[in-house]
Design a protein around this ligand. Structure first.
Ligand code: KIV
Ligand code: ZN
Length: 539
């Protein structure tokens, strides 16, 4: 018998974006949306259109380009939010409006200041307004995890009668436990007379580290949609991680009566893209997408894996998009891993090494296509090719990761319509001497120079840039990540700065990490300068 489909609803660009510092521009959302579609996510929640004109435009842009996934927007249960949301998702091949109102006593009394009966009437009106825009309407009783079950039954029955097609049960504050959450889904389905008319969905937050476990308990009790985010991004401690949900269901088909339609080989690229755009690094031991998720260190484990992978592996790294299973050599490695590693050192991995300095435009274009990277004009391709040639002059071997970083950087520079541009940078560091940096930055085409000392060359270059830009911003985060292995690897730098309540991220990549840092800082300053208004939707 065919198994049920488990609908994967990605909310990286809505709930995920609500993590402080993770707000995204329209172009960043478009890049993420394309990757989610490539991964065959069923529903993409692209934003909260009533929150700002910027988010309205971003949701509308996503709705206009995505063909294979449903595009959804979030709206509070009021007419204005629903109209904005309905208009924003209208261009989608398959639009959805998701409306919500709080149902827990604490939220109704202290936040909404409404009587339960008023909340029910408002929910019914909201679902009906939403139905005027689309027949695909989702309703969420916010803080359901702390709501009274009898009240939930009353309001959800009415929401279904009003035309909701999906009922989503949010554990908004991450308060529930798997047994409790699973039972909640089961009881709602059993007690509500028209429960069979809708798809039941979970939306679990991770405050107690239980978001994935709670969502899966919901699935085992009849939920057929899971709301989740790439890398578990989301409010506070985040949401259920998409990669963990998908791989748990796929790996334990002996337990789950359903399966997803996700192309799991797109998981690691999606994780990298989201981490790069938001500047939220993935911890090395994070399940599925952490750098060590498939790395075996202990000699006994390495020996086992070499003899037969299933001794220590329940999933294959390549199935989630890792290039090859990595065997790390360390003090615990045994002879057999050592022998294999020696052999590997003499082998060139053709599949990983993609382009070199003599590669031409057509090889470059073809590789981009293979990676699913779409450049919308010849001009963009030419600009990317030039960046590639510049990089190939510094670095002999260009890997897929280098290409992805290069395209990200280009997209990010292009979008922000460079007000500032790094023209040149000289940094000097010598043991025993104070490092200094000289920079030339062009501001709207006019070159300006400055120099400064600092505790290191990065610090000195930031100070020099600041003496030109005088942004008055506060540096919240600076992180460097090597894109590939080897000392000639490109360093990818993320800088997060804040000013007047706005938080933006900048990225830069270069084989010289001081240059990468300066590029990232300039990129963030351009974003701060740009008029693209981004607001945290729930503020
Ligand atoms: O956590 C939550 O309750 C939400 C709802 C808006 C679905 O994000
Ligand atoms: Zn949420």
């Amino acid at each position: 018998m065919a198994k049920d489909r488990l609908i994967i609803f990605d909310t990286t660009m809505r709930d995920g974006e609500q993590s402080p510092g993770a707000s995204m521009t329209r172009e960043e959302k478009l890049r993420i949306a394309r990757q989610l579609e490539r991964m065959r996510v069923d529903v993409i929640e692209a934003g909260f259109p009533a929150a700002s004109d910027g988010d309205f435009e971003a949701v509308r842009a996503v709705a206009s380009i995505i063909k294979d996934s449903t595009v959804c927007g979030l709206a509070r249960a009021n007419e204005n939010d629903i109209r904005r949301c309905g208009d924003a998702v209208k261009p989608a091949a398959s639009p959805r409006v998701h409306t919500f109102i709080a149902t827990s006593p604490i939220h109704m009394e202290k936040k909404l200041r409404m009587e339960p009966s008023q909340v029910i009437e408002q929910a019914v009106r909201a679902v009906k307004w939403a139905r005027a825009y689309t027949d695909n309407v989702e309703f969420s009783p916010e803080d359901a995890g702390r709501s009274d079950i009898d009240f939930l039954c009353r309001i959800l029955e009415r929401a279904i009668q009003a035309g909701a097609t999906t009922i989503n049960i949010p554990d908004t504050v991450g308060y529930t436990f798997p047994e409790h959450f699973g039972r909640l889904i089961r009881l709602l389905r059993e007690r509500i007379p028209n429960s069979d008319k809708v798809i039941w969905s979970t939306h679990c937050h991770n405050d107690l580290g239980l978001a994935v476990a709670n969502s899966l308990a919901g699935v085992l009790n009849g939920a057929r949609q899971v709301e989740c985010t790439i890398n578990g991004l989301g409010e506070r401690a985040g949401n259920a991680a998409l990669e963990e949900i998908v791989m748990a269901v796929r790996t334990r088909q002996d337990i789950f009566p359903c399966d997803t339609g996700i192309d799991t080989t797109q998981i690691v690229p999606a994780s990298r893209l989201v981490s790069g755009i938001t500047g939220f690094p993935v911890q090395p031991n994070k399940a599925i997408v952490g750098a060590n998720a498939f790395a075996h260190e202990s000699g006994i484990h390495q020996d086992g894996v070499i003899k037969s992978r299933d001794t220590y592996e329940i999933m294959r790294a390549e199935d989630v998009g890792w290039k090859a299973n990595r065997l790390v050599l360390g003090k615990h490695s045994g002879r057999s891993a050592f022998r294999q590693r020696l052999q590997e050192l003499g082998i060139v991995l053709d599949s990983e090494l993609v382009l070199g300095k003599h590669s031409g435009r057509s090889a470059f274009r073809q590789r981009l296509q293979e990676l699913g990277i779409v450049l919308d004009s010849e001009e963009a391709l030419n600009a990317a090719f030039k960046r590639f040639k510049d990089l190939a002059d510094k670095k002999h071997e260009i890997f897929d990761e280098d290409l992805q970083a290069l395209i990200s950087e280009q997209a990010s520079d292009y979008v922000e319509n460079e007000h500032y541009r790094l023209v040149s940078l000289t940094a000097h560091s010598e043991s025993g001497a104070l490092p200094y940096a000289k920079v030339v930055v062009s501001e709207e085409g006019k070159e300006r120079r400055a120099e400064a000392q600092g505790s290191g060359p990065v610090d000195a270059s930031f100070k020099a840039i600041d003496s030109i830009v005088k942004s008055g911003s506060e540096l919240l985060l600076y992180s460097v990540n090597a894109i590939t292995t080897g000392t000639d690897a490109q360093g990818e730098v993320t800088v997060r700065i804040a000013k007047g309540g706005r938080i933006v991220n900048g990225q830069g990549a270069d084989t010289d990490i001081v240059v990468a840092s300066a590029k990232a800082y300039i990129n963030a300053l351009n974003k701060l300068h740009s008029k693209l208004e981004r607001v945290n939707p729930q503020v």
